[in-house]
Design a protein around this ligand. Structure first.
Ligand SMILES: *[C@@H]1O[C@H](CO)[C@@H](O)[C@H](O)[C@H]1NC(C)=O
Ligand SMILES: *[C@@H]1O[C@H](CO)[C@@H](O)[C@H](O)[C@H]1NC(C)=O
Ligand SMILES: *[C@@H]1O[C@H](CO)[C@@H](O)[C@H](O)[C@H]1NC(C)=O
Length: 671
């Protein structure tokens, strides 16, 4: 873990605010239900169970292409073997998208024109991409209205990515009634794609950056077959290590660690592993046969493999067996008693899936008396152990107000978590792959697409690529490549969205953007607002910056006491803040004790003075003859110097352009 570079940043004292660099941990989602949430009269609500599907396998037969029509998979993951013939409109659509991804301005222009033409014929996927182009302002003047319109058409035509984009847009505008229905639909598709017996491994988008720096560790782990660790693992598997065989199979099955998903490779590794009695591979084989992933679906075989796995004390396999008994697949007949026994066995052995399944039984009254409260208790246990399926059920409960008071806001947030794991999340795999190959243009386009769909990680990745790589990001603006102003404005808008979604690093950057007038007009009030937002997430740098703003009466009332409070608070939250806080407190001390003195003017005029600083130290400071203050200023100057050098190297200063505010970006963060 790299520590934030407080030292460089501590110049904040005299020149600027602290500028960043903390890792952004995903916020833990912990659900606690209180008596308040329960309905007083749970018996009174109509029984809506009929409209709920059971353990959910409605879409299990569908391929990802069917679930996510217009997916860019054929471009980024072309199927091996004979390419399937496409209909004429689809062929035109894919050829246009291919051009958009080419990174070649002339081709991109052609692609954009072809997409527009295809959209006019009513091709939903083309309409969706056209909405994306309007949203980005790619070779056209940015228009949120037109973006909305085309996403609306596309969503009506069944395009899931446009539904994601719309749901996110509605959420941002606090139109939860609309957002919740879209997210519900999307989450259902996502859930049906999950494993039955256990939780699918987490396939979250990888964050490219850690604060301002590249996230080397995460990227190293995503290099697929080129990663050394993977090669060692594969070597061990080839040498006959059963656990390694299972792991390699798993990586291929889900496309983890930057590997291309490959069901047949996965199957062959699992089959080798089970020969050696490796139980987790038996369970996965059960999944594979139950799903028909890369093999002919055969529930009998699925049940056999799950049973074998369960005999090896692999308790999650009981969930799969229970599921088959609920459905009556691969077994003599449905037997709810038996299913419940299996789920209980799994739950007793700390398999959270068991809690989830028991929750479903009680919720729907399958083989037991219906009991919504008990069901919720099971779901909460599962949800707090990170089971996305349980998030989904709880979202439904809050959405429909079954047993609980309706809470559309919470339902939306829960659905969104689940919906983001739908098949469309493959975009992040391709984006990362492109990034690792050095194809920044493609990576940027893919992250931008996901950003529009509301993925926070993608928003900050896209913004970070813009900031870090500048022109190399191949960002396309209104006419040709982005101007500096366009790039800054776009990065600002992306950071803003990420910060709305709780990314404290982004909130800091937004504060900085307003403070310096980078990509937006300078606005101290808004800067303070953004820092407040980051502070509410315990960000020490934001606290520091707020202290600084109070000290200088910028954007916040001039208040030295409050300033000190913020500085102290920053120190409480992060010991690494010691140096800058010490410097800041010293400056505060000077300000309090020598108000309006020469020294205060010096501190305030440091930025302008910088070139003359060295002379000033010799002539003025030395004469003052106070060792403490002298040390303090020596420190400051070093920092100032290093910082200035760093700034010049980064060429940040060059990009500080003033830009009119965009009305839509200025809303106070929603949550
Ligand atoms: C499914 O598997 C069972 C047991 O392995 C086998 O007897 C049966 O023929 C298979 N069914 C089909 C349709 O292949
Ligand atoms: C269902 O399972 C239970 C418990 O395993 C068993 O006692 C019962 O006979 C089974 N019912 C049927 C109809 O097979
Ligand atoms: C020098 O400054 C320190 C604080 O920075 C103060 O405590 C001390 O009294 C000063 N000494 C003189 C000689 O002014």
């Amino acid at each position: 873990m790299s520590r934030p570079k407080w030292f460089f940043l501590s110049l904040a004292l005299s020149l600027s605010l602290l500028t960043l660099s903390r890792s952004v941990a995903a916020r833990q989602f912990v659900l606690v239900l209180s008596q308040e949430d329960f309905k007083d009269d749970p018996g009174a609500e109509p029984d809506s169970s009929a409209e709920w599907d059971e353990l959910g396998d409605g879409d299990a037969h569908k391929s990802e292409e069917d679930l996510d029509p217009g997916s860019w998979r054929p471009i980024f993951e072309p199927p091996s073997g004979e390419p399937q013939p496409l209909s004429e409109p689809d062929a035109a659509y894919y050829s246009a998208v291919d051009k958009l991804m080419s990174g070649n301005p002339a081709l991109i222009e052609d692609g954009a024109a072809e997409i527009a033409a295809a959209a006019e014929t009513g091709h939903p996927a083309a309409q969706s991409v056209l909405g994306f182009l309007w949203e980005m302002g790619l070779l056209r003047e940015r228009s949120k209205g037109k973006a909305f319109l085309y996403h609306h058409f596309a969503a009506e035509g069944g395009n899931m990515q446009s539904k994601m984009a719309l749901a996110y847009k509605y959420t941002r505008q606090d139109m939860f009634d609309k957002a919740v229905n879209l997210y519900a639909e999307l989450a259902e598709v996502a859930v049906n794609n999950f494993l039955i017996s256990k939780d699918s491994p987490v396939i979250e988008p990888v964050r490219l950056h850690n604060g301002a720096e590249e996230n080397k560790e995460a990227l190293r782990k995503s290099k697929g077959e080129e990663d050394e660790d993977f090669q060692i693992l594969e070597y061990q598997a080839q040498k006959g290590n059963a656990v390694a065989m299972y792991k390699v199979g798993l990586f291929y099955y889900f496309g983890l660690r930057g590997l291309r998903r490959d069901h047949s490779k996965a199957l062959s590794w699992f089959l080798k592993a089970v020969e050696k009695g490796e139980p987790r591979s038996m369970e996965l084989l059960g999944e594979i046969y139950a799903r028909g992933a890369g093999v002919e679906r055969n529930y009998t075989k699925a049940f056999e493999w799950l049973t074998l796995a369960s005999r090896h004390q692999l308790y999650s396999a009981y969930n799969g067996m229970g599921y088959l008994y609920v459905k009556g697949y691969g077994v003599d007949q449905k037997n709810y008693t038996k299913a419940k026994e299996y789920f209980e066995k799994a739950a007793e052995n700390d398999e959270v899936g068991g809690h989830y399944n028991l929750g479903v039984m009680y919720l729907k009254g399958i083989g037991v008396k219906r009991d919504v409260k008990l069901a919720c208790k099971f779901f909460v246990v599962a949800a707090n152990n990170g089971q996305p399926k349980a998030f989904y059920q709880l979202a439904k409960i809050f959405h429909n107000g079954v047993g609980f008071k309706k809470n559309i806001h919470l339902a939306t947030a829960l659905y969104k978590l689940v919906a983001e794991r739908g098949p469309w999340s493959s975009l992040s795999r391709w984006a990362l792959e492109s990034y690792l190959k050095g194809d920044l243009g493609k990576a940027f386009m893919l992250y931008s697409r996901m950003a529009e769909m509301g993925y926070e990680v993608a928003q900050s990745n896209a913004a970070w690529i813009l900031d870090k790589y500048g022109e190399r990001s191949m960002c396309m603006g209104e006419s040709g490549f982005c101007t500096d102003a366009e790039r800054h404005q776009r990065a600002h808008s992306l950071w803003w969205q990420a910060s709305e979604q709780g990314n404290e690093h982004a909130a800091l950057l937004i504060g900085d953007a307003y403070y310096y007038g980078r990509g937006t007009a300078r606005d101290y009030e808004r800067a303070a607002e953004a820092y407040m937002h980051a502070k509410s997430q315990s960000n020490a740098q934001a606290m520091f910056n707020l202290g600084y703003m109070h000290e200088h009466g910028q954007g916040l009332p001039f208040d030295l006491h409050l300033a000190k409070r913020y500085y102290d608070e920053a120190l409480d939250h992060d010991r690494a803040a010691k140096l800058p806080v010490t410097l800041a407190l010293s400056s505060l001390w000077v300000r309090k004790n020598y108000a309006d003195s020469f020294m205060v003017h010096v501190i305030d005029s440091l930025p302008e003075l910088y070139p003359k600083l060295e002379a000033w130290v010799e002539n003025v400071l030395m004469e003052e003859g106070n060792a403490t203050i002298l040390t303090l200023f020596a420190c400051l100057i070093t920092v100032l110097y290093l910082r200035e050098r760093q700034r010049r190297q980064a060429g940040v200063a060059a990009g500080e352009v003033a830009q009119p505010n965009l009305p839509n970006e200025l809303g106070v963060p929603a949550r």
